[in-house]
Design a protein around this ligand. Sequence first.
Ligand code: AHM
Ligand code: MG
Length: 342
Amino acid sequence: MEPTHSWGPPHPEQLGWTLDRHILERQRSTPDATGDFTGLFQSIALAGRMIASRVHKAGLSDVLGRAGETNVQGEEVQKLDVLANQVLVRCVEAGGHVCVMASEENEDIIPIPAHFPHGKYVLMFDPLDGSSNIDVCMSIGTIFSIHRRTSKSGPGTREDCLQKGTSQVAAGYILYGSSTVLVYTTGDGVHGFTLDPLVGEFFLSHENIRIPKRGSTYSVNEGNTSKWSPGMREWVQWLKSDEAPGGKPYGLRYIGTLVADFHRTLLKGGVFAYPGDVKNPNGKLRLLYECAPMAFIAEAAGGAASTGTQRVLDVEPETLHDRVPLFIGSADDVADAVRHVS
Ligand code: AHM
Ligand code: MG
């Protein structure tokens, strides 16, 4: 049975539409599918459920606070960052679906131990996005990006990871918010699933998400205004004026967790920006673990993602931890941003 409507209370017959079933239907309709993608996805969803369970009782177990290290980005690592990273690696490495992984938290690639088979996919992730929000019970998330390997066989390489966003075969995120929601795309349709924590399954809740062509909110850390370029300042000033599209100022919404800010933008429209500034010309967000996967989702939902001068999906990564400025969301709002900042 095809699901009959977009999100809202599920039709009783849709109740059996789990994430597993959705991915399996896809596998059956893909000639030559081996089940590897399905297996990989099941491992990611398992990791998501495990992380969600830790996140939702974080205050009760000893997982809040700092781990006492800084990561490759020079940022303080939180205990939950470490835990989420380990959970993802352990859930995926043994499946035989991937040949290599890379994480925002690890300086170099994460090899698959030699005693496990090496598969045809490459998995990259930000295990816990929005770290600064962990200790204050705000929404946080996991972002993932899947490519096919470019090397022939054996252990995967750094080059397998350094692929443009356009080569992604799938991307998604898991938002640990008031509900846990997994959103993914394989490039043709964006679908959202909500975790029923008692059943322990993700159920289809947001079918074929389309981002509105234009929104009425902007999402940016405006505390950085003094470091912005004149074009960036002009754009935000314009959005806050009666000259803004719609004839009235846009509203400001900023959580400080990309997954949460992007999820709202995806469902309601508008624009999220993390621009470059005088100190950090490429901004803060990482191409491989944050910008490219979100750009893949945005475009598949009819939206857009730009660095201000280039389509995010066309950026060639040079290193595992490259950063790029990000303007993402409704197509018309992103076009306005690019007009001002480029
Ligand atoms: P993280 O992956 O270490 O948590 O950092 C990325 C986060 C994004 O989720 C968010 O959009 C951004 O950092 C917020 O940064 P700022 O606090 O500078 O506004
Ligand atoms: Mg992040």
